[in-house]
Design a protein around this ligand. Structure first.
Ligand SMILES: [Zn+2]
Length: 220
């Protein structure tokens, strides 16, 4: 098209038009501010699916990223785990889910049921976070019987440290985690004291100049 304009018409005018078009495109790009990023970190592919409503609410306001710790490859039994069938299926499913809600997907490639917050994985995760510079990270509440969730939380904390970033951190309490919180109900006085202590500690964390990490419980 460019060659046709240059050949058939006034070459100088065509060049001016192209320069004006490029300038206009650059201005339009500059006028659209980049969205802040939010990262969902899950132990398995279906952990993000459990928070899909929140991700949908964020569309247009935040750029949503999903970091999956494992491929959920043990979810359909031993045989399908060993043949690689489950890994392939759940990987494809998660890719489809993320594409449907406009989220960008990252894998840490740990193994379902055998995941660790090892040095290499935390370093790989840190590189992702360094690149993204997220406003907030949402991950698992660490008191959980599923160790993949605990490890995902642990790797998140280590990766934040390695990446030298200070995002807001939100912890998603799964129903299975709530039973651990019942410990506080045994003696109400202890519960009350713990809450007061926790609040004072939280205020201190928020006020500390060199540590702006904010720990909050995210309620859906
Ligand atoms: Zn999970």
């Amino acid at each position: 098209m460019t060659a046709g304009i240059l050949k058939g018409g006034n070459e100088m005018e065509a060049k001016k038009m192209l320069v004006a078009f490029a300038a206009c495109a650059a201005l339009c790009a500059a006028a659209t501010p980049a969205l802040e990023k939010v990262v969902f970190v899950g132990g398995h592919p279906d952990d993000f699916a459990a928070q899909i409503g929140l991700a949908l609410l964020m569309r247009g306001t935040f750029e949503v990223h999903v970091v999956d710790f494992t491929h959920g490859e043990r979810g359909c039994g031993k045989e399908k785990f060993e043949s690689g069938w489950t890994k392939a299926k759940r990987t494809k499913e998660e890719e489809s889910v993320c594409a449907a809600v406009g989220a960008k997907l990252h894998w840490l490639d740990e193994v379902d049921g055998d995941a660790y917050a090892c040095r290499e994985t935390c370093a790989k995760f840190a590189e992702i976070l360094k690149e993204l510079q997220p406003r907030a990270i949402i991950t698992h509440w660490p008191l959980d019987q599923h160790l993949d969730h605990v490890m995902a939380f642990t790797a998140t904390m280590k990766a934040i440290h390695l990446a030298k970033i200070e995002p807001e951190i939100y912890l998603d309490i799964l129903l299975r985690s709530l039973k651990f919180l019942r410990f506080s109900d045994i003696i109400p006085i202890i519960k009350s004291s713990l809450c007061k202590f926790h609040n004072r500690k939280l205020q201190k964390i928020i006020k500390t100049e060199h540590n702006t990490l904010k720990f909050s419980i995210f309620e859906i």
